[in-house]
Design a binder for this molecule. Structure first.
Ligand SMILES: Cc1cc2nc3c(=O)[nH]c(=O)nc-3n(C[C@H](O)[C@H](O)[C@H](O)COP(=O)(O)OP(=O)(O)OC[C@H]3O[C@@H](n4cnc5c(N)ncnc54)[C@H](O)[C@@H]3O)c2cc1C
Length: 472
């Protein structure tokens, strides 16, 4: 769409991902005239194209294949083999295309006063951007340009070649082996998915543990489960050099200061995310970024320039699609109505889609201690949960953290198959200030996995091993 260079709109949105769409919808509801500009990833940005959607559908496909031949019931023999990897990828592609159409492209057509421009936007003044040679002037501007994979500066990596989440979900043929650089959620989800499809996986993690910001109990248990599936998890790794040798890639590293060499067919890099803040004209307009390049915003999501806001991955953690959408809507509201609502992440549930899944909300015991709160924590192994026993899958535990004085729930950490589905009852309990006694005394159907939350709450006072079925 060509623009008259004096075109004036209420809100210009730089970027076309989840933050941008949530902002556009809220701005339109408020009667604003909005222009959204996207280039780089296809419309919809990271989540639908190269993030949540492709990863989660491929993880499910890998799980279906793996579970078919790995269950714990006697007398049942089943096998599974990946007959057509391309068909799996094609099915994923179809889902991505459908959701991109339904949740993004159609939304543009259905939203009043929303125009879309395909092009790269650049700020040229605090209230003006250029795109495709046109100038657009707006009362407010929202920067929602997202983030991209951060590539660790390892010698030879660029020349050798590597995959990231932007390319790995489009593979036509599954490589026989992968070295995965990184040990946080994207690395772990991808590593297990690729392993279950049949690749031999080596995870090289710089820190002493995978998921280093979580407790040792959780990361040790998860590392064990991944190793049981044949994934090599190597920690304390400093990667020195990457090079090609025949059809293989070779990674020279030191592990605990001992030199080691790792070989694989492909490398997947998942060493973090980098904000898309370069080339946006930020310096000229005095919009500030932090030391890592993320956009600096205040609690109302305003940048250092009063009519320019930021939302989504471009402002840094937390980087989830639901926080991104929340921020987009909040920023639009503050920009259009000139309100100053502040962001609130006080109760923020999160999930890592490994199997068993990792899920959390609120504080863990270490974080509570850092904040000077005296807590008690209980950790209930799933070996004490009837549903898990019946399913013959007792991997993991439920950890609840409570305020020692008031008995109020402070947080939870879950490591359990489908553990993400347990999270919202705890999240709501936290939101509404429930005590663990109240949680323990509410009905939970037998045998459900959600009963594990009740059993964990009971175990603050009693040894559940000594209780009869369903007794408090
Ligand atoms: C592998 C992976 C799995 C994930 N899984 C989950 C999950 O299961 N659950 C969850 O909650 N979150 C998940 N996330 C995180 C989630 O995808 C992101 O937090 C979210 O999509 C970020 O949205 P955004 O709008 O901030 O940025 P993006 O969606 O990245 O959108 C930014 C858009 O702006 C464009 N752009 C950049 N510069 C310009 C410019 N100058 N002009 C115009 N356009 C520009 C970009 O190309 C892009 O299209 C996952 C992420 C990854 C990478």
């Amino acid at each position: 769409m060509a623009f008259n260079s004096r075109k004036n709109v209420d809100l210009i949105i730089m970027g076309g991902g989840s933050a941008a769409f949530a902002a556009a919808l809220r701005a339109s509801e408020l009667g604003a005239d909005v222009t959204m500009i996207n280039e780089g990833l296809p419309i919809g940005g990271t989540c639908v194209n190269v993030g949540c959607v492709p990863s989660k559908t491929l993880i499910r496909a890998a799980e279906a294949h793996y579970r078919a031949s790995h269950h714990h019931f006697s007398g049942i023999e089943s096998q599974s083999h990946v007959a057509d990897f391309q068909a799996i990828v094609a099915q994923k592609r179809q889902l991505v295309e459908e959701l991109r159409q339904e949740k993004y492209i159609n939304i543009i057509e259905e939203t009043q006063n929303l125009r879309f421009v395909k092009g790269r936007a650049r700020l040229v003044a605090p209230n003006r951007i250029t795109v495709n040679g046109d100038k657009i002037t707006g009362d407010s501007i929202l920067i929602a340009t997202g983030a991209r994979p951060m590539i660790a500066p390892v010698a030879g990596l660029m020349e050798t070649g590597y995959l990231t989440n932007e390319t790995a979900f489009e593979l036509e043929k599954l490589p026989g082996s992968f070295i995965v650089l990184g040990g946080r959620y994207i690395a772990l989800e991808c590593a297990q998915m690729l392993a279950r499809f049949g690749s031999k996986i080596t995870i090289l993690q710089r820190s002493s543990r995978i998921l280093p910001t979580e407790g040792e109990d959780l990361t040790d248990a998860l590392s064990g489960y991944l190793r049981e599936e044949g994934i090599e998890v190597v920690t304390n790794v400093t990667t020195r050099l990457v090079r090609k040798e025949g059809n293989q890639v070779l990674v020279e590293a030191t592990v605990d200061e001992t030199p080691r060499t790792f070989y694989a067919e492909q490398i997947l890099v998942a060493t973090g995310r980098k904000a898309n803040t370069e080339g946006l004209g930020l310096e000229e307009t005095r919009v500030e970024v932090d030391s890592k390049g993320f956009l600096k915003v205040d609690e109302t999501l305003k940048t250092s320039v009063s009519n320019i806001y930021g939302a989504g991955d471009v402002i840094g953690e937390p980087m989830f699609v639901y926080t991104t959408a929340y921020e987009g809507a909040l920023a639009a509201e503050n920009a259009i109505s000139e309100s100053a609502r502040v962001r609130d992440y006080s109760i923020l549930p999160w999930v890592i889609f490994t199997d068993p899944q990792v899920a959390g909300v609120g504080l863990d015991e270490v974080q509570a201690e850092e904040q000077g709160i005296e807590t008690d924590a209980v950790s209930l192994p799933l070996t004490q949960v009837p549903r898990s026993l019946a399913a013959r899958d007792t991997r993991g535990f439920i950890k609840l953290i409570r305020d020692r004085q008031t008995d109020k729930l402070m947080g939870a950490r879950i490591l359990a198959p489908e553990g993400s589905e347990l999270l919202m009852q705890i999240s709501l309990a936290l939101k509404y200030g429930m005590t663990t006694k109240e949680l323990a005394s509410s009905f939970h159907p037998y045998l459900t996995l959600s009963e594990s939350i009740k059993l964990a709450a009971i175990s603050f006072e009693k040894d559940v091993k000594k209780l009869s079925c369903c007794a408090n």
